[in-house]
Design a protein around this ligand. Structure first.
Ligand code: ZN
Length: 120
């Protein structure tokens, strides 16, 4: 008996399982083709999450800036209100983290070989 990673959910399972106990993927008769497809799917899922994360951060930044702008006369001269400041800082940091995460997914070792050539 060996411990393997499920090709779909990547959780560690016994090689004796016929079906993954976590995601109920049928194991054993899974082809290389299918394995690759699942790997790409997982990777796309991560890219999707990282993209959403960057957009969320960008939204936070925009809301923070708008809040600052609308917070009174001479908006840019006055320091932003605390909540707006927090949104702006969260937005900037979150956006940078999100872009770094995306870059890592695209050029890092976790990227499946068979999508390396595709542009998007
Ligand atoms: Zn699984």
């Amino acid at each position: 008996m060996a411990i393997v990673n499920c090709p779909k959910c990547t959780k560690r399972i016994s090689s004796q399982h016929k079906v993954c106990p976590h995601c109920s993927l049928p194991l054993g008769d899974i082809s290389d083709e299918e394995r690759k497809r699942l790997e790409i799917e997982r990777w796309k899922d991560k890219v999707y999450r990282a993209t959403n994360f960057s957009y969320l951060a960008l939204t936070s930044l925009i809301v923070g800036v708008l809040w600052w702008w609308m917070s009174g006369a001479g908006a840019w001269v006055m320091p932003p209100p605390i909540p707006a400041f927090v949104l702006i800082v969260m937005g900037v940091i979150g956006y940078l983290v999100g872009r770094g995460w995306l870059l890592w997914l695209r050029i890092g070792p976790g990227r499946p070989d068979h999508v390396r050539k595709r542009r998007f």
